[in-house]
Design a protein around this ligand. Structure first.
Ligand SMILES: NC(=O)c1ccc[n+]([C@@H]2O[C@H](COP(=O)([O-])OP(=O)(O)OC[C@H]3O[C@@H](n4cnc5c(N)ncnc54)[C@H](O)[C@@H]3O)[C@@H](O)[C@H]2O)c1
Length: 358
């Protein structure tokens, strides 16, 4: 089988940390073109990867005949226009989250991709955490009984440092809501299905980050009802002083039902804690090895730091869906559903009221 030829648009942090090593792991795929609006970032990516086809104009890259698929990893504002250009050129698209600036824009992207018959995927990376995959398996298997609660708490310490485009509404849309909570909104959808209504609070504590004005939330919270009858409490902060960042910080998820509870904690990529009716406390379990990698992924879970390398399975899923001509998991529709909740959260916070979701 010939290699799948991939163009990457946006060569910043997540491309270097995740997309490039993920593709390298997969085999039968190669990065053939790179684009970044910043010439020096582009040059750095060129020298790091050896990919010689480069441009600061995404049109030149996504329209190339020697490109089959496009990965979009730019600030959020540009996701939609780049995705539409790639879809128009007949390319498969993996787009970073949040995939658009609004639900309306995201559903147009999903509709265009479906109409063009190309594969489309949202980079909800946390779906690939082995413990999270086992957690969703337990829910599907009926471990919870009647679902009562979904609860998540993401606490990081980003202090008052300059966050670049992430702190500007014109480029990012939302702050902590889209940056971190969007992953957990998607996971809530995966486990419990859609929300029926929500009430949200978004707050900015730091308006000046090293001389760069911020007009976005650095803390966000949602209280929700789900169609399955459960309640949800979702919280995320960049200002949990002393909590550190990324996998060294607090990432906690707990679900409760009539027959059991399941708890996920940061750093425990292959463990969960279970609670059972009448139990005296939570019991820690190791998740089965069959869940350590995404089905079919060539990744060796014993190689590298598993708290980082689970992310590479995302590239495998994208490429495998292209080869098998099947839908990607998660798709643009999952990205759109998360944006529908985000839009409702922004409206709720602005008008200080509950918002009903269709
Ligand atoms: N899935 C995850 O876990 C995860 C993690 C981090 C970031 N992200 C997402 O990835 C995206 C990028 O984040 P990042 O941390 O890599 O940001 P970054 O700032 O490090 O990189 C973005 C790059 O895009 C380039 N760029 C800006 N406008 C462009 C344009 N019009 N055309 C081409 N290039 C352009 C910038 O020069 C920069 O190099 C964001 O949507 C973010 O939310 C997802």
């Amino acid at each position: 089988m010939s290699d799948i030829r991939i163009a990457i648009v946006g060569c910043g942090g997540i491309t270097l940390q995740n997309h490039i090593p993920g593709i390298a792991m997969c085999g039968e795929a190669k990065v053939t073109a790179l684009c970044d609006a910043n010439a020096s970032t582009l040059e750095q990516a060129r020298s790091q990867t050896g990919v010689t086809v480069t441009s600061t104009d995404y049109h030149e890259i996504v329209e190339r005949e020697d490109v089959d698929a496009v990965i979009i990893a730019t600030p959020n504002l540009y996701h939609g226009p780049i995705a539409h250009a790639a879809i128009k050129a007949g390319k498969h698209v993996l787009c970073e989250k949040p995939i658009a600036m609004s639900y309306g824009e995201a559903s147009q992207m999903a509709e265009a991709a479906d109409a063009a018959g190309v594969r489309h995927m949202t980079a909800f990376t946390y779906r690939f955490v082995p413990a999270m995959r086992y957690l969703s398996h337990l829910v599907r298997d009926g471990f919870l009984g009647d679902p009562y609660h979904f609860r998540c708490c993401r606490l990081q310490d980003w202090g008052s440092r300059d966050l670049g485009w992430r702190q500007e509404s014109g480029l990012a849309g939302t702050g902590e809501l889209g940056d971190m909570l969007s992953h957990r909104i998607d996971f809530a959808h995966l486990l419990y299905g859609p929300m029926t209504r929500l009430c949200a609070h978004l707050k900015r504590f730091v308006a000046d980050r090293q001389g760069h004005a911020s007009d976005l939330d650095d803390w966000s919270a949602i209280l929700a009802d789900f169609t399955n009858g459960a309640t949800g409490v979702l919280e995320s902060s960049k200002l949990a002083t002393g909590r550190n960042e990324s996998w060294k910080s607090q990432d906690y998820l707990e679900i409760n039902g009539s027959a059991g509870s399941v708890v996920f904690l940061t750093g425990h990529w292959n463990q969960l804690q279970l609670g059972r009716p009448g139990g005296e406390g939570l019991e820690t379990i190791q998740i089965p090895e069959s869940f350590w990698t995404w089905p079919g992924s060539p990744r060796d879970p014993n190689q590298g730091d598993p708290l980082v390398t689970f992310r590479y399975d995302q590239a495998f899923e994208f490429l495998d869906a292209i080869r098998q001509q099947r839908d990607c998991v998660p798709s643009f529709w999952d990205g759109a559903r998360a944006l529908q909740v985000m839009d409702a959260a922004v409206l709720s916070a602005r008008e200080s009221r509950w918002v009903t979701l269709d």
